[in-house]
Design a protein. Structure first.
Length: 357
């Protein structure tokens, strides 16, 4: 599999770099400065406007026939895309046949690429992910969840709502054990923050061989085969794994039952890693002490879902990773990859289309 597009030949035609999702003007200028080998095309009037900072899907808009013709002409010329074109997901391979590299704005694009058949329909295209960009906001969400549960934030909020004053005792996180499944960039950020609070960190990842736990902010590192052994020790279980064939429904009824009574589950990875009906049952039975969820089987979460009203459950609308700093961080990554591309070096975060990450 190619590790970088080939563009170092000075006699080759100039690249056409098309920005396919909303990006702030000052960040567009940074991209231009990083890509002297390319014609950088940014047509904001043809893009979906963001609904919130760093919204890459954008608000649906109708292009005029003339605008649509302009956009299709740009796709036909493009050799590099900043982000997938969400207005032409189904026919992107046909409309953009010259594209050799797409820099995604999301980390978990493996299933997306497979679902749209881009791995088959764009065999000459390299896909790079935004892995690492969202590590800090996701880790802060996990830390927020652990602190909120330990300190009884739900109790405080309910008493304040009722204007009721009654003292209670929470707990603290020192010495508590957190098991992080998916110990990549996000998982390690969770581990670093948890270690700062004197928690015990156990990381689970696909290839633990040769990894020094202390070097990655963990007390222990294990492979997936050890999951059944570490779950009974998990007072907090943080899921940060990608959705692959191996991780699908990795956490089901048996795994939830293996957790200590009162354990807390935090999902900042992918919904498919958890059997959601089994999660609801474990919460309803009282075996699980809480769940702090950023991803769900169906999104938006249906109004009839019991998760909306279950005690000690936080429903986040898939927003744990979003930050008003996100576009700047993605631009940092993209500019570094543009430099590498220009110099013929391997790109960062190349998607392995078989492994899906």
């Amino acid at each position: 599999m190619a590790t970088h597009p080939t563009s170092a030949n000075p006699t080759a035609a100039r690249d056409v770099l098309l920005i396919a999702s909303w990006l702030e003007p000052e960040l567009v200028e940074r991209v231009r400065a990083a890509a002297p080998h390319a014609d950088v095309v940014h047509e904001p009037d043809l893009l979906r406007p963001p609904r919130y900072p760093a919204d890459h899907a954008g608000r649906p808009v109708e292009r005029t026939p003339e605008q649509e013709a302009r956009w299709r002409a740009l796709l036909a010329r493009a050799t590099i895309l900043f982000d997938f074109d969400r207005t032409h997901l189904d026919d992107l391979p046909e409309l953009a046949p010259r594209v050799r590299w797409i820099q995604a704005t999301s980390a978990g694009i493996g299933q997306f690429v497979r679902r749209h058949g881009y791995d088959r329909r764009m065999p000459g295209t390299v896909f790079t992910t935004a892995s690492g960009v969202h590590a800090r906001p996701l880790a802060e969400f996990a830390l927020m969840s652990m602190l909120a549960h330990a300190r009884g934030l739900a109790v405080m909020a309910e008493q304040q709502r009722r204007r009721h004053w009654e003292r209670y005792a929470g707990t603290d996180l020192e010495g508590r054990t957190v098991v992080v499944v998916g110990y990549g960039a996000v998982g390690r950020a969770v581990g670093r923050m948890a270690r700062a609070l004197a928690m015990r960190v156990i990381g689970v990842l696909r290839h633990p061989e040769g990894i020094d736990p202390g070097a990655v902010h963990a007390d222990e590192i294990h492979g997936p085969g050890a999951l059944s052994r570490v779950l009974p020790r998990a007072e907090y279980l943080v899921l940060a794994a990608p959705h692959t064939d191996e991780t699908e429904r990795m956490i089901g009824a048996a795994q939830l039952a293996a957790l200590p009574h009162g354990a807390v589950l935090i999902n900042i990875g992918r919904d498919a890693v958890v059997d959601e009906p089994a999660l609801v049952e474990a919460l309803a039975s009282g075996h699980l002490g809480g769940a702090y969820l950023d991803v769900f089987q169906d999104e938006p979460l249906p109004p009839e879902s019991p998760l909306w009203s279950m005690p000690h459950v936080l429903v986040s609308p898939h927003s744990a990773s979003t930050s008003d700093r996100e576009n700047a961080r993605i631009t940092d990554l993209f500019c570094e990859n543009l430099r590498r591309d220009r110099e013929g070096q391997p790109l960062l975060n190349v998607l392995h289309v078989e492994r899906l990450y």
